[in-house]
Write a protein that binds this ligand. Structure first.
Ligand code: DOR
Ligand code: ZN
Length: 345
């Protein structure tokens, strides 16, 4: 039995770090595990310009504890009013790595999102030319579409169009949750990739309803049927360069989740690698974990792999019921469970 696994230092290609006290409370968890992270811009108000992304980057850097090397890779939130020249400037100045497409009202703080994707054409054309990656929250939002079908319908109605119209644009379908998402990414050209979260590899939609309503298993896109979870596990552990690690760690105060209208989001940053590696072991794919966690993402984004390594070793790690984020209790993914691998300090 493999007792330890040493891999290149990994990156998180999709994370929510928030701002102010929550940022102070959560950023060290991500920085302890990952060298770099693509930071989502859905603050309130959202990070919509290269100047606001630069300011947010500086706040993140200031919140990282001394002695930890961590590089936030910034994204701009696309709106109906995005200025393509500002995005290109942000890319040229080294501020922006990607821009994020949230269809309006798809999820937390997405009220300013894009209302008509076709109107984004000039922005997408400028991004294609400048080599700025498009990160996509792939869900339609109209109430006639069942919540469990929203990803598949988005792919059919919008993502196929984007990929067809802008063949040179690098597109990441974020937090894939369906077999349709896996198939789309796998069959698209090399400019299209997908990230996969730990929760969508571990849970199916039943987890939200076991013995009662389970708000800590609720995130968007919502977990789907077991067949989809199995398709995601196959894709993540396949060794393909098209699927890579993106936690979508999304902390919310415990009260905001355990509520009559609980927020979407799962806080998985504190034990993300431990959670993922368990899946790779269960699938007999430990030898492919480095590709998923540390190699495929940089290759897609055109960035160097990290220097240095991390080691995961077999051994129990007890996940606490809550984690204190600067005075705010947050319930982590796997709360109360024991995982089989731990990250060596
Ligand atoms: O579950 C989610 N939480 N999905 C998202 O897309 C946003 C995120 C958040 O910001 O809380
Ligand atoms: Zn997210």
């Amino acid at each position: 039995m493999t007792e330890s696994l040493t891999i290149r230092r990994p990156d998180d290609w999709h994370v929510h770090l928030r701002d102010d006290a929550m940022l102070q409370g959560v950023v060290a968890h991500t920085a302890r595990q990952f060298a770099r992270a693509i930071v989502m811009p859905n603050l309130s108000p959202p990070v919509t310009t290269s100047a606001s992304a630069a300011a947010y980057r500086d706040r993140i850097r200031a919140a990282v504890p001394d002695g930890i090397a961590f590089e936030p890779l910034m994204t701009a939130y696309l709106t109906d009013a995005t200025d393509p020249d500002d995005l290109v400037r942000g890319k040229d100045e080294g501020v922006l790595t990607a821009a994020k497409l949230y269809p309006a009202n798809a999820t937390t703080n997405s009220a300013h999102g894009v209302t008509e994707i076709a109107n984004l054409a000039p922005v997408l054309a400028a991004m294609e030319k400048a080599g700025l990656v498009l990160c996509v929250h792939g869900e339609v939002t109209t109430s006639d579409i069942d919540v469990f079908d929203r990803e598949a319908v988005f792919i059919e109605r919008h993502l196929s169009w984007i990929v067809r119209q802008f063949p040179g644009l690098k597109v990441v379908l974020e937090h894939i949750t369906t077999g349709e998402g896996v198939d789309f990414v796998a069959s698209a050209g090399p400019n299209v990739a997908g990230t996969i979260t730990p929760q969508h590899l571990h849970i199916n939609r039943n987890a939200m309803f076991v013995g009662g309503i389970r708000p800590h298993a609720y995130c968007l896109p919502v977990a789907k049927r077991e067949t989809h979870r199995l398709a995601l596990r196959k894709a993540a552990t396949s060794g393909s360069g098209k699927f890579f690690l993106g936690t979508d760690s999304a902390p919310h105060a415990r009260d905001a989740k355990e509520s009559a209208c609980g927020c979407a989001g799962i806080f998985n940053a504190p034990f993300a690698l431990e959670s993922y590696v368990q899946v790779f072991e269960e699938e007999g794919a430990l030898d492919r974990f480095e590709q998923f966690a540390s190699l495929a993402g940089p290759a897609f984004y055109g960035l160097p792999v990290n220097s240095g390594t991390v080691t995961l070793e077999r051994g129990p790690v007890a996940v606490p019921d809550t984690i204190d984020a600067q005075g705010t209790p947050v319930v982590p993914f796997h709360a109360g469970e024991t995982l089989n691998w731990r990250l060596r300090a």
